[in-house]
Design a protein around this ligand. Structure first.
Ligand code: NDP
Length: 419
């Protein structure tokens, strides 16, 4: 049916590309392009003989619009799936506009250099106006709305698990179970154990920035910000057990607050063990999470990048991670004049994921929805000019695809609520 150009060849891309290769009646051609082409070639070789899709590879600097435009013009894909880092979102969107190609990603834009005065001025204004201080937000990509609309192109933002599947669960609950959703609690539980004292399940820089930032939630039309990790709850997760979870800021809160009319409160919780938190606090206290360069022996070093080089590569955690993830949403609201509550969730097993695609469940639960979102655009089911998050489309075909492609979901009509 069509050709996808995937940018990035890390943990998430490794899964998404394998899933595209499985789904070769839709993805007949796949070009894998990244900074380090050897990783793309290695993946292509692994897939040889296992798919009818024609796979090619390329090298690209996704920080350069020029380099991206040259690649897109050479490859001529139907869609570009951005699985590089959030730092590259805007350059890749610019390149898609310049070449007339649809755009898809899994994480909203974040500036790499948060000390850049031009970026900081806009950021500080946004902190004041909106009331949350995370380094990432949708404003940068929503600003492309008119340009994508005029170009007749679709930009589908945030088709991972959270954001992504959690937002589709919300659209599904809204469509089939509620006249009015009043509260949404998104619960992200990783019950996996990789056996290392400390490692992150996806890109350490992105992960640690997210977790060490102040938490925030949406209530009665505004953001409420709290110190990092200061709201803790316990929850008994199906197939995982009792876990501590902490309230974090998370990007889908921003888009759901905009797209679910009348919602009163949206919160996001993620589970962490005490050891993870102690390690992170220590790294933060000694400056290892800093994203600005420091001088060492006459050379500039960015501490968090050094930390990334020291920590286990998330892609290497697959064979040793055991246990399950349980990610989903609890909704409360009104249906036919009566109060109701509902949980929709998925449980994913680390070892089963590894057996299927040589990757643990965190990359699996992101890579599968990345493939599905791309398929929705390629098949024309989710195609309209402009910039959209996933809850703005009909959730039904996406929900069906989750069951088919490895992320089956369950509905609990009597869930335990979070206070
Ligand atoms: P990785 O660090 O494993 O992979 C990133 C890839 O992008 C690497 O192949 C890297 O190349 C490549 N890359 C980085 N910079 C450039 C550049 N300038 N030009 C070209 N290629 C580049 O990250 P993950 O796979 O863990 O994460 C990928 C994306 O998925 C991120 O945006 C992350 O935020 C998002 N994500 C979303 C989730 C969700 O549920 N929505 C959950 C988890 C992740 P190289 O190999 O040379 O380093």
């Amino acid at each position: 049916m069509g050709k996808v150009l995937v940018i990035g060849c890390g943990g998430v891309a490794g899964v998404a590309i394998r899933k595209c290769a499985q789904n070769d009646s839709v993805f007949t051609e796949i070009c894998i392009a990244s900074r380090t082409e050897s990783k793309c070639i290695a993946l292509k070789e692994k897939l040889a003989g296992k798919t009818r899709a024609v796979i090619t590879t390329a090298t690209v600097n996704a920080d350069s619009v020029e380099s991206l435009v040259a690649l897109i013009n050479k490859v001529r894909p139907d869609v570009v799936l951005n699985l590089a880092l959030p730092y590259q979102d805007l350059t890749i969107m610019d390149a898609c506009l310049a070449t007339g190609v649809h755009y898809i990603d899994t994480a909203n834009f974040e500036a790499e250099d948060t000390e850049d005065p031009a970026w900081r001025a806009i950021y500080e204004k946004r902190c004041k106006e909106l009331g949350f201080s995370a380094y990432f937000d949708y404003s940068w990509q929503w600003a492309y709305q008119d340009r994508f609309r005029k170009a007749g192109l679709t930009a589908l933002l945030g088709t991972g698990f959270d954001p992504g599947v959690t937002s589709v669960f919300t659209a599904y609950a809204q469509k089939h179970y509620f006249d009015q959703i009043e509260t949404i609690d998104i619960l992200d539980c990783n019950g996996g154990d990789h056996g290392y004292p400390f490692a992150t399940n996806f890109n350490p820089e992105i992960n640690l920035r997210e977790v060490s930032a102040p938490g925030s939630y949406w209530e009665n039309g505004k953001w409420i910000e709290i110190p990092a990790m200061s709201i803790k709850r316990e929850y008994n997760f199906e197939q995982v057990g009792m876990k501590d979870m902490y309230l974090l800021h998370h990007e889908e809160i921003e888009s759901l607050a905009k797209n679910i009319p009348g919602v009163k409160r949206i919160r996001f919780f993620m589970t962490f063990g005490q050891s993870y938190l102690t390690h992170m606090k220590c790294l933060e206290n000694v400056g290892m999470l800093r994203t600005d360069p420091v001088m060492l022996n006459g050379q500039e070093i960015v501490p968090i990048q050094l930390l990334k080089a020291l920590l286990p590569d998330p892609a290497s955690l697959g064979p040793r991670t055991v246990g399950k993830t349980n990610i989903g949403c609890i909704f409360t609201g009104i249906k036919d004049g009566r109060k109701r509550s509902l949980k929709i969730y998925n449980v994913c097993d680390h070892q089963e994921s590894y057996r299927e695609v040589e990757s643990q469940a965190i990359s699996y639960t992101t890579g599968v929805p990345a493939m599905i979102g791309t398929m929705m655009v390629m098949e024309g089911l989710w195609k309209k000019p402009g910039v959209f998050t996933v809850e703005e489309f009909d959730p039904d075909p996406y929900m069906e695809a989750l069951n088919k492609w490895g992320l089956p979901w369950m509905v609990d009509e009597n869930p335990v609520l979070v206070d």
